[in-house]
Design a protein around this ligand. Structure first.
Ligand code: NBY
Length: 808
């Protein structure tokens, strides 16, 4: 763009904005509230996106591509306004226009709520996939739930987590469009009987409870292109506002009961990550969005394919994100047979050939199993179909596989009165994949070994990735600009290009700027910490960060205990000088997860002890930041020196935070788990710090009844000391951590915290030495940025296209 055109664009933008402010607020700009200023900008940006959105839709209809529909019960999309502005390539224009109007762009952006429609990695991964697909220009659509309340907001009060309901729609949401004319009906409960209608045996479903599913569409804009895809979120509503007969009879409470029961379905996101919670309402949610999403999609498909389903599986891929949407299998069978009149065999072919499935965890407590009785009661026809799928599957095994009854039973979809949803998913889908090499190997060799032996061709692996737009380009603008000035703009379209940065490893001016950018990012985070936690931290200290959901297997406890040990060490040796270190934590614990909440309490208790002890001379600081979410992550990742990825080996399927940190030049301190192994491979031994048991060692111990944590305790004075401190009043008389103590010593330390302690402490000590060597540290950090290309979600999506969805 010529400078004169740019000036004109800014002027046009300013006048459009002034007009928009009046439209949204009925006031002049000078009188308008911050919220109105944000709304006006959001609407202006939506106007720009809308025409591209309409065009993308019609192009997809004209040019037949294979489409991918992604079903996920969570989409953790984060704030959108900045993403939209940058993807429209309007950052400069908007920033300048706002400044010329006397407005602060950052403050306006901060008015946006962060939709918390997911728990953690699984939901965030889907958001990255949506963004990458739009950027790659692929027809890819999300289907999920329009939760009225997302994941709770976390406050830390007196060192403990307190949950506050998240009301993200309080001020409305400018980026969604409600489509009441595309609503569909979803049916629950009721009775089923078979009847001959016109000589054909038909299932008649009666006395069911109909619920209206209304879609809300959110545009997903590709970066610097014209593609705008959709995320469709379904909201549950009563068919009629009131039950009029009851209303007229004066039974007002009965009249509104139906309304609130209907709305309950999409009221709240279940706050568990990696833990199955078998509530009926959750099963309702799962069926609700599966049924609504499939119905709309199939209707649309028929409209553009002369009412014929023959080519369905050639043109459509339905991807299910973990087992939460696994009812897609039986629901497709129901639609194809009961509504479209297909035979079982024809319906089954289309179903299996269009469905693909990703597993995200091997933790047994996360695997979904629904009681048969609940399924039968809530979804009688679906249950009937699941039973038939299972019956036919077992028949086939009996006739073809040579397996004995015991083996056949172990593969059954229905076991001990429960429906095993992973088994259902594997049987109904033609592809199953893990999310990192190690995880996929464990799926094949352990978790789903019986199925792997039956269907080896179904098993795949696609290592996760994250979008570099959100996690580097838009959130670390200093580094973005340095990279572009150094290697040009190609890397914006191909992250592997970052490798060219290695040519700067001996470049002094580059070294200075690279370090200055990291320092600026750390100052930014330090200011945030000061404002929110009233703790002053030294930006020159090592920022050592662990942010993720709080879970025993992720071992925030190991980190906390190591800090306590370091504190003891400094107390005992008051003249020791270490490189100052700031340990930063953030993450939510599920409301009902007692142990995880105790860990939050312990971290805050340690923070209180360490930060206020004069003897420590500010050499270490500990900070727990409340309410970790996507927005906070965008401040944290660019400021990190150390990325803590310390799960018990074999337990973290992949991890994606590890990739976000790496892209921003943090050095991983991690176990050989999930994608850490692939990060290690990408950066080489010198640019990562690994420690601890391997997953083979962990599983060896597990198979032999664990290890003796007491023995470790007895032989290690450091461990004895910290264990005593948990219960001896170190943290005040009221704060005792008996349950933590017991889990480690009495219950034999399920997650190998004490077993890995020594090796972790050694690695931590090593960091101290490494950081002193500025050149060495720079090279490590630069290598992490340079070799992060592999961890772009663009690469992941291309692999899905090629190997899973066969859309390339
Ligand atoms: O999925 C995470 C994995 O732990 C992580 O290693 C991986 O990188 C990421 C993306 O593949 N899993 C995860 O976030 N899981 C959940 O959030 C989750 C939520 C709900 C339930 C189970 C798992 N549930 O059963 O209700």
């Amino acid at each position: 763009m010529k400078p004169s055109e740019h000036l004109e664009e800014i002027e046009n933008f300013k006048s459009a904005y002034i007009k928009k402010i009046e439209e949204v607020s009925g006031e002049y700009l000078s009188e308008s509230s911050l919220l109105n200023q944000y709304e006006a900008l959001a609407e202006l940006v939506m106007d720009k996106i809308a025409s591209q959105w309409a065009k993308t839709r019609s192009q997809y209809d004209e040019i037949p591509h294979k489409r991918v529909y992604l079903f996920s019960i969570e989409f953790l999309i984060g704030r959108l306004l900045k993403s939209y502005v940058n993807s429209l390539d309007m950052e400069e224009t908007v920033k300048t226009a706002m400044a010329e109007l006397g407005l602060d762009y950052e403050t306006i952006l901060s008015q946006e709520t962060d939709p918390g429609l997911g728990n953690g990695g699984l939901g965030r991964l889907m958001a990255c996939f949506l963004e990458s697909s739009a950027t790659l220009g692929l027809p890819f659509h999300g289907n999920g739930i329009h939760y009225k309340h997302g994941l709770f907001e976390q406050k830390i009060i007196n060192g403990e987590q307190v949950e506050v309901a998240d009301n993200w729609l309080r001020h409305g949401y400018p980026f969604e469009i409600r489509k009441p004319n595309e609503a569909v009906i979803v049916k629950f409960y009721g009775n089923l009987h078979s009847e001959k209608i016109n000589g054909v045996l038909t299932f008649v479903y009666e006395d069911y409870e109909p619920i209206l599913a209304v879609p809300y569409d959110i545009p997903l804009k590709g970066y610097h292109n014209n593609t705008v895809n959709s995320l469709r979120l379904w909201s549950a509503e009563p068919i009629e506002e009131f039950d009029l007969p009851s209303f007229n009879e004066g039974q007002f409470l009965d009249a509104v009961r139906h309304k609130s029961e209907a709305e309950a379905i999409t009221q709240i996101l279940y706050p568990n990550d990696n833990k199955f919670d078998g509530k009926q309402l959750r099963l309702k949610q799962e069926y609700f969005f599966v049924c609504a999403g499939l119905k709309r999609m199939i209707t649309r498909f028929k409209r553009y394919n002369n009412d014929c389903l023959d080519e369905f599986a050639d043109k459509i891929c339905i991807h299910i994100n973990d087992t939460h949407p696994a009812l897609c299998g039986p629901e497709m069978m129901r639609i194809f047979m009961d509504e479209e009149g297909l035979s079982w065999d024809d319906a089954w072919k289309i179903t299996v050939n269009s469905l693909t499935f990703t597993n995200h965890t091997v933790l047994p407590e996360a695997l979904e199993k629904w009681p048969v009785d609940m399924m039968k009661f809530l979804l009688p026809r679906i249950y009937m179909i699941i039973e038939e799928i299972n019956r036919q599957f077992q028949e086939e095994l009996r006739s073809k596989s040579g397996l004995n009854e015991l083996q056949i039973n172990s593969l059954s979809i229905i076991q001990d009165g429960q429906i095993n949803m992973a088994n259902l998913a594997i049987v109904c889908c033609h592809s199953v994949n893990g999310v990192a090499e190690l995880h996929s190997k464990i799926l094949k060799e352990e978790t789903f070994n019986g199925y792997y032996k039956l269907f080896p061709e179904r098993f795949h692996s696609v290592t996760n990735g994250v979008t570099p737009r959100r996690f580097l380009i838009n959130s670390n603008t200093g580094l973005r600009d340095l990279i572009t000035e150094s290697i040009g703009t190609d890397w914006l379209n191909n992250l592997f290009d970052l490798e060219k940065l290695m040519t700067f490893k001996n470049d002094a001016p580059f070294f200075d700027r690279f370090n200055r950018i990291k320092l600026d990012n750390k100052i930014h985070l330090a200011n945030y910490i000061n404002a929110h936690n009233h703790i002053s931290v030294n930006p020159e200290s090592i920022f050592d960060i662990q942010v993720k959901r709080i879970h025993e297997y992720k071992r925030q406890l190991l980190n906390a205990l190591q800090i306590l040990h370091l504190y003891n060490h400094l107390k005992a040796n008051p003249h020791i000088e270490i490189v100052p270190r700031t340990f930063i934590f953030a993450g939510k614990a599920a409301q009902g997860y007692y142990f995880a909440k105790e860990v939050i309490k312990l971290i805050n208790a340690i923070a209180n002890l360490v930060n206020n002890d004069k003897d420590i001379r500010d050499q270490i600081k500990v900070v727990f930041l409340a309410n970790f979410n996507v927005t906070l992550g965008e401040i944290i990742y660019p400021a990190a020196n150390i990325s803590e990825q310390i799960s018990t080996a074999g337990k973290e399927a992949s991890g994606t935070g590890n990739m976000k940190f790496m892209m921003n030049g943090a050095i991983t301190l991690g176990t050989m788990d999930g994608a850490n192994i692939e990060i290690h491979e990408a950066v080489g031994d010198n640019n990562i710090l690994t420690f601890g048991l391997s997953s083979d060692e962990v599983s060896h111990f597990e198979k032999h009844g664990g290890y003796s944590s007491v023995q470790i305790y007895e032989n290690d004075h450091r461990i004895q000391k910290i264990m005593h401190q948990l219960i001896d009043g170190t943290f005040g008389h009221l704060a005792s951590f008996q349950s933590v103590y017991d889990s480690l010593l009495l219950y034999n330390d399920t997650y190998f915290v004490l077993k890995d302690f020594d090796s972790y402490a050694t690695a931590q000590h090593h960091i101290n030495e490494l950081f002193k060597d500025k050149n060495k540290w720079f090279e490590m950090s630069l290598s992490n940025v340079a070799y992060s290309g592999l961890f772009s979600s663009d690469r992941a999506i291309l692999e899905y296209q090629k190997n899973i969805w066969k859309t390339l």
